[in-house]
Design a protein around this ligand. Structure first.
Ligand code: GLU
Ligand code: ZN
Length: 493
C-alpha cells in the first residue's frame, strides 16, 4: 500500500496571519480532507526558530485563526502526535544532531569566509559577468588552512554542499522544472553561533514528520532545489525515507498588479474577521485564488470544495485578490445560513463594544423579527449594527447629510399627513403602513419613494436601511409616531 498522504502547514509566528497564509493552509487542509478516506493527515507545525522575529502573540493568533476558520489539524500544537513537539523552538537538539551527521558525512562543511570577503568576491564575479552566488571557496579546505582560520578566531557557518548536476523535479502545479548548479550555490544551514536556519529545519522536519506533499507559496520555489538535494543526503544518512512531492501555489496579486504583501492592510485575516466575514465565505473566496470549482459556479460550501479539491487542478498563473468579489461571495454565504444561525452569527455586533446601545435596551424579540429582513441585505455581518440601531436606541441616529437629502420640498406637510394616516393604519400589517405613506404621498403629489424618504429618516435617522414598513411595524406605533413628532418639531425649530 502506498503511504498515506501527509501534508503540513508550517507558518512562522511573525506578525498577523494574512490571506496568503490562509490560502496555503486551506489548500493543504482540503487536500488532506479530500483523501481522508485513505488516511491522509494534516500536520500543523510552528517554525519558530527566529527568536528575534517570532512572538507568542502571533503563535496564539495562528492557532486561534485556524480554529475560527475550521481548519482542524490531526497533529500539531495542543493536539500532539507521534512526531511531537510541533514547535521548532523545542526541537533544537534534533537539528544539531542532523547537522553533525551532515558534517560527518561530508554533505556539509564549515565556511570561514567573512562577510566582507564574500561581498568582495560577489562584486568581482558580478563585474566579470559570472554567477555571483557562493563560490565554493571553503569546500575543500586543507587541515592547515582550517587551523590558520581557527587561529585567527574566525567563527565558521555550516554550508550544505550542493551536487554539481542540475536538479529536476515535477512540480504538482507547474510541471517539470530544472535548476542548474550555478543558480543554486552551496547555502548556509547553521549560523556561526550554531543556530539552525530555515534551510535546514524545514526539510529536516518534513522528513522526520514523513510529509509526502509540500504545498506552499511560489515565493518558496527557489528553496526547493536546495531542499531536494538536502533530502537526498538525508535519505543516504537514513534520516529521510523519500523526497516529497512539491506543489507551488501561485502568487496573490493586490492593487495595481503588485504582489499582495503581508503588510498590506487588505491582506490581514483579522480585518476580515472583524468586518464580519463568515469563515465559510472567506474560505470559499480564498479557494478561488488559483483554483476553481467549476466553469459556471463559484459559490460552494466547504464540504463541496473538499469533495472536489485536487492539487493537480491548481493554476500556475498569479491570482488577483478582488475584495468586491470576496464580499459578494460572503453575502451569498450569509444568505445561505438558516435564519437562526444568521441571528447567532450577528451576536457579537449586537453587543458592546460594537453596539452603541445599552445591553438592557436590546430587545431580543424585535431582533428576531427583523433578522430575516437583514439577512438578505448584508455583505458583512458588521453592517448589522447600523441597520438595526433604530430599534434599540432611544432616538434615531442623527445624520445631517441624510436629513438634508430627505427633508426637501415640504417635508413638514408630508410628515404631518403621513402621521395622521399611519395613526389610522393596521399596525399588524406592513402593507397597511405602506398604504398610509402612499396615500400621504398622493395627497402631496409625491411618489412612494419620495414620500417614504422623510419618514425613513425621521424614524431610523438614515436614508437607506432595511425594508421600511416592516421596520416600522417592528418598532411599533408609539415609537414611530413619537419620532415623526420629534422630526416635525425639529423642522419647525
Ligand atoms: N515557515 C516557512 C514560511 O512561513 C514555511 C515555508 C514552507 O511552507 O516550506 O515561509
Ligand atoms: Zn567560505
Amino acid at each position: 500500500m502506498a503511504n498515506a498522504i501527509r501534508v503540513r502547514f508550517c507558518p512562522s509566528p511573525t506578525g498577523n496571519p494574512h490571506v496568503g497564509l490562509v490560502r496555503t493552509a486551506l489548500f493543504n487542509w482540503a487536500f488532506a480532507r479530500h483523501h481522508q478516506g485513505s488516511g491522509a493527515q494534516f500536520v500543523f507545525r510552528i517554525e519558530d526558530t527566529d527568536a528575534a522575529r517570532d512572538s507568542e502573540e502571533s503563535y496564539e493568533q495562528l492557532l486561534d485563526s485556524l480554529k475560527w476558520l475550521g481548519l482542524d489539524w490531526d497533529e500539531g500544537p495542543e493536539v500532539g502526535g507521534p512526531h511531537a513537539p510541533y514547535r521548532q523552538s523545542q526541537r533544537m537538539d534534533i537539528y544539531k544532531d542532523v547537522a553533525d551527521k551532515l558534517l560527518a558525512g561530508g554533505y556539509a562543511y564549515r565556511c570561514y569566509c567573512t562577510t566582507t570577503e564574500l561581498d568582495d568576491r560577489r562584486e568581482a564575479a558580478r563585474a566579470a559577468g559570472k554567477p555571483s552566488g557562493y563560490d565554493g571557496h571553503c569546500r575543500e579546505l586543507s587541515a592547515e588552512q582550517v587551523a590558520v582560520y581557527e587561529a585567527e578566531g574566525r567563527e565558521p557557518i555550516v554550508r550544505f554542499r550542493m551536487p554539481d548536476e542540475p536538479i529536476t523535479f515535477t512540480d504538482l502545479v507547474r510541471g517539470e522544472l530544472t535548476f542548474t548548479p550555478e543558480n543554486v550555490p552551496d547555502y548556509g544551514i547553521l549560523r556561526a553561533n550554531g543556530a539552525p536556519l530555515y534551510t535546514l529545519v524545514n526539510p529536516v522536519d518534513d522528513a522526520l514528520m514523513e510529509i509526502t506533499h509540500v504545498l506552499r507559496g511560489e515565493d518558496l520555489l527557489s528553496s526547493t532545489p536546495r531542499q531536494i538535494a538536502l533530502y537526498k543526503a538525508l535519505i543516504e544518512l537514513g534520516v529521510a525515507q523519500e523526497v516529497p512531492a512539491f506543489g507551488h501555489l501561485p502568487y496573490v496579486m493586490g492593487e495595481g498588479n503588485k504582489k499582495l504583501s503581508k503588510r498590506d492592510p487588505q491582506a490581514s485575516l483579522n480585518l476580515y474577521r472583524e468586518r464580519g466575514f463568515l469563515p465559510e465565505g472567506l474560505l470559499n473566496y480564498l479557494s478561488l485564488l488559483g483554483w476553481s470549482f467549476s466553469a459556471d459556479q463559484d459559490i460552494f460550501t466547504i464540504p463541496e470544495m473538499v469533495a472536489k479539491f485536487d492539487i493537480a487542478d491548481v493554476n500556475a498563473n498569479p491570482a488577483r485578490f478582488d475584495l468586491k468579489k470576496a464580499e459578494s461571495i460572503n453575502a451569498d454565504h450569509i444568505r445561505m445560513l438558516d435564519v437562526k444561525a444568521f441571528a447567532e452569527a450577528c451576536e457579537p455586533w449586537l453587543q458592546a463594544p460594537h453596539a452603541p446601545w445599552a445591553p438592557e435596551d436590546f430587545d431580543r424579540t424585535a431582533w428576531e423579527r427583523i433578522a430575516p429582513h437583514a439577512q438578505t441585505r448584508l455583505t458583512v455581518l458588521s453592517e448589522i449594527t447600523a441597520n438595526v440601531d433604530f430599534l434599540f436606541l432611544a432616538e434615531p441616529v442623527f445624520d445631517q447629510p441624510s436629513w438634508d437629502k430627505a427633508m426637501k420640498g415640504e417635508p413638514a406637510a408630508l410628515l404631518t399627513t403621513a402621521r395622521e394616516k399611519l395613526a389610522d393604519a393596521d399596525w399588524n400589517d406592513p402593507e397597511s403602513l405602506k398604504a398610509a405613506v402612499l396615500a400621504a404621498g398622493e395627497a402631496h403629489g409625491l411618489k412612494l419613494g419620495k414620500a417614504q424618504a422623510p419618514v425613513r429618516v425621521a424614524v431610523t435617522g438614515r436614508t437607506v436601511g432595511l425594508p421600511l414598513f416592516e421596520s416600522l411595524e417592528i418598532l411599533g406605533e408609539e415609537k414611530t409616531l413619537a419620532r415623526i413628532d420629534a422630526a416635525l418639531a425639529k423642522l419647525a425649530a
